[in-house]
Design a protein around this ligand. Structure first.
Ligand code: ATP
Ligand code: MG
Length: 435
């Protein structure tokens, strides 16, 4: 839907109590915006992008901003409309160049790591202070139908030849607003509305901040290989590491005919959920059946899962190294299942030389589910398709494996395992997964 169709959601918002952070809800676009956007020369539709200061200092700042602009452009491809993304005065702006779908645009921007806030901005032409006063009154009137609120004007005079300084703009505009809306009151400490007025080439007005996902832009942190299964945990783990700016590749071990095409499709769908935030994910699908059967045949059944996990890690690491990944990512969390006790994790970890990132290590299932719901992977994860780990699972798996014992039992595999691993690597099917 585009605002031309009359359903452009506006800036008027009410605050909802979310998870400790302000969330904004946007009802219908005020008539004023519709008019000026449709007719106006001096009103445009834009967003000021706020990003966290962390990591953007010094010589990294340029790289951070470049990566952020690239990710914003990529994300906006999914939204209806044409946009320009520009970096000016240490700020990033998104300007709509055509009709656009406001909600879709905001939704896309909310998936760009590195963005801490999305501020819908109105540009006003500088036609004197009196005109600015009118514009501001109109802005407040339209954006805040309920004006029983406190406010503060925060002016920034980036263009120094403007006749009033920042302090004077604050005071004068404050007086104009109070004149127009006597029910409003000034509160300089905790205002309900913080009206930002930035005097640049044009004058920018904004007062709403839609929270972004935070984190660092993808691409600023290298690349890592996610072991992606069909469960709840691994997509969340991938999302969390991507949030730190890391590009994600993934590997999925499937075991046909014990696992179905549908189970594989589910993993592709989960990779899509990660790709919505992390950009295209190169998903390696490895046929693991023969290795699994061989382990089943040769090793004690209570150690199956651990030995199988060790082979998954070995193969994942091999692909990771070939594709310039700097680490592995899993969805493991201490104590969740037998293969995730401290002793089991130590046994699994022992085969890796690359760092293994386990961002969920201290999370309870409830906390993981909360994130899975937020990133929209939960509903897919709980689809009931079989997983290759559960098929060969022992009734009483070891919970305190001893690495030396495990290694000794792995020697039972010496005859055929190398060839099977090489063959499994040959089955590598790469699916480039886009959102
Ligand atoms: P998840 O909910 O992430 O599927 P899980 O609860 O099924 O995990 P395990 O089976 O012990 O737990 O797997 C632990 C981790 O090992 C997973 O989070 C994932 O990173 C990796 N993993 C497990 N099975 C596979 C698989 N078939 N392909 C790729 N990675 C896997
Ligand atoms: Mg798990």
């Amino acid at each position: 839907m585009s605002y031309m169709a009359g359903c452009y959601p506006g800036l008027a918002g009410k605050r909802c109590k979310g998870h400790g952070r302000a969330e904004w809800v946007f009802p219908a676009l005020p008539a004023f915006y519709r008019e000026t956007l449709q007719n106006g020369e001096n009103m445009y539709k834009s967003f000021l992008i706020k990003y966290a200061e962390i990591g953007v200092k010094g010589k990294n700042r340029y790289l951070f901003e470049e990566a952020l602009v690239k990710q914003i452009k990529y994300a906006l491809k999914k939204a209806e409309g044409e946009f320009a993304v520009r970096r000016t005065d240490g700020r990033i702006y998104v300007d709509a160049l055509s009709d656009f779908d406001y909600e879709e645009t905001v939704e896309s921007l909310k998936k760009v790591f590195g963005i801490s806030g999305i501020c819908p901005v109105v540009y006003v032409r500088d036609e004197g202070f009196e005109k600015l006063g009118h514009d501001v009154v109109r802005y407040i009137g339209d954006v805040y139908p309920d004006r029983n609120k406190s406010f503060k004007v925060s002016a920034r005079r980036a263009r120094k030849n403007y006749p009033l300084n920042s302090m004077e703009i604050n005071v004068e505009l404050g007086a104009v607003i109070l004149d127009a809306y006597p029910e409003m009151r000034v509160d300089v400490h905790k205002p309900d509305i913080l009206l930002n007025v930035e005097v640049r080439d044009n004058i920018y007005l904004y007062s709403e901040i839609i929270p972004g996902p935070g984190g660092m832009p993808v691409g600023t942190g290298g690349k890592a290989m996610l072991l992606l299964s069909g469960g709840i945990d691994s997509p969340v783990a991938g999302w969390m590491i991507a949030k730190r700016g890391v590009k994600i590749d993934a590997v999925y071990f499937h075991a046909p005919p014990y696992t179905s095409e549908r189970a594989k499709q589910k993993v592709v769908d989960l990779a899509k959920k990660v790709a919505a935030y992390a950009g295209p994910v190169w998903l390696h699908v490895i046929n693991f059946t023969d290795i699994q059967l061989y382990i089943y045949d040769k090793c004690p059944h209570d150690e199956l899962t651990i030995i199988m996990r060790r082979y998954m890690m070995r193969i994942a690491e091999h692909i990771a190294k070939e594709t310039e990944c700097l680490g592995l990512i899993t969805g493991e969390s201490i104590g969740q299942v037998a293969s995730q006790t401290m002793a089991s994790l130590a046994a699994t970890n022992e085969v890796c030389t690359l760092p293994v990132y386990r961002p969920l290590i201290g999370f309870d299932k409830m906390e993981i589910v909360e994130i899975a719901e937020k990133i929209d992977s939960y509903e897919t994860s709980i689809l009931p398709y079989e997983d290759c780990c559960t098929i060969f699972v022992a009734k009483h798996p070891v919970t305190k494996p001893n690495v030396n014992v495990i290694k000794r039992h792995e020697e039972n595999l010496h005859e055929g395992i190398e060839e099977l691993v090489a063959k499994a690597l040959e089955t590598d099917e790469v699916i480039v997964v886009h959102d």
